[in-house]
Design a protein around this ligand. Sequence first.
Ligand code: ADP
Ligand code: MG
Length: 467
Amino acid sequence: MLDFGAPVLYNHTEGSFMKDIAEVWQEMLSIMEVEVHSLGFDVWIRPLQPIKAEDDVLVLCAPSDGAKSEVTSRYLPLMKHALREIEDAPGELIIVSEDEVPQPVAEEARSERVIEEEKPKPAGLGTLDPRYNFGEFVVGDCNRLAYEAALAVAEKPGEMFNPLFIYGDVGLGKTHIMQAIGNDLRITRPHCKMLYVSMDTFINEFIASIRGTHGVNNQAFRDKYRSVDLLMIDDVQFLSKKPSTQDELFHTFEALKSAGKQMVFASDRRPQDIPDLDSRVRSRFASSMIVDMQSPELETRIAILQKKSQKAKRNIGIEELSFIAERVTSNIREMEGVLTKVIYLSTLYGRKVDLAICQEALKDYLAAESDDVSVDEIIDCTCKYYGVNKSDVVGKRKNKEVVMPRQVAIYLINEFTNIPLSSIGSYFGGREHTTVMYARDKISALIVSDPKVKTAVADIKAMVLRK
Ligand code: ADP
Ligand code: MG
């Protein structure tokens, strides 16, 4: 059983601050530079200015309305993708044009930064986001199992569902429900020592501990991770291809498990679908209580919007909320992004949210989704570039000549559109979402390591955008 006698909460050394927006933007630029055609990068992306980060939303300002709509339709999915790769950065992103910003940009950016720096750090909150609690989590068929399991863990940690392994596509609430466990235990058992980290942090700290940098040695690392009552590790899919960290996690796992301590893991795929994973770690994950999270049905989406708008102290009509929920179907984070924009526009125009405002907020989202670039166009351009037949690329053949174009097309569809991974497979003879994920990850890695692939992807992107 858990030992709750320990007198202190775990105190995170990194603190809970969001990064400075200028820093986040620099990191985004360096991620996107690799992925975007250099001309497009200089013309559209570099001129953007980060102006503020508020309520987990990074606001970027484009120099004109025209630039805003170009950037939105061409690059928004890619930019969101880049943002998601940055730790301690806001989860959402919107682009506004200079005309929509009431104050001169530079001045506002400066004053925001000062406010960020002066904000006192909430004591002992670590890296848990207090908004991610059970009360703010809307339960529907899509996530009921995960919710019930998380609740059971919060009530009786270390007993029934240990470890708990939560998986599902991005933006469906994995981080929220996982942190809700920590936030709940913080109140019900204030002496519970807990630690929430992303797998990236675990990996980086482990490597630093081996090198002995940052004043941490391997023993200190072990003490930190093996002395908690509750260990939560997010995005464990990043463990792939990291054999020594996998070994360390395995021993951490064994130590905590034998001491009856609770572990919770979240991942964007099932244990058996995480590639290059040590069989011991895979089997430990596989023997967890595994729960999945699915895309929410319409009523749940409306209920989520209702909850979020009440939280923002906005009284938005059901017609308007339904209008949004009917159009943003797969990803809750994206839906929240649209709601944020709706609220922003309503403040800007000084009028209550109406359908026209919703429509305007959705315009960018829908344009970014797929109106401009269709799946067929992407597949056509890719086939043309590689000189292969479309029927082979979307068919079952597995020879080298068609596998690469197929994977590149999948990668580009994922970049250009908001089509969920599970649906992308249907354009390619009903392939599984894990196959799609594999293709996306493989091409992302090759873009960095293989200049030929990088050029191919950039050229095909340019072809698609010229259409
Ligand atoms: P994931 O970790 O699966 O990518 P997050 O947990 O970060 O997704 O969720 C994305 C956003 O959607 C968060 O702001 C979260 O609060 C919100 N969200 C997800 N599911 C729900 C839900 N069922 N009820 C309320 N908000 C939700
Ligand atoms: Mg997450």
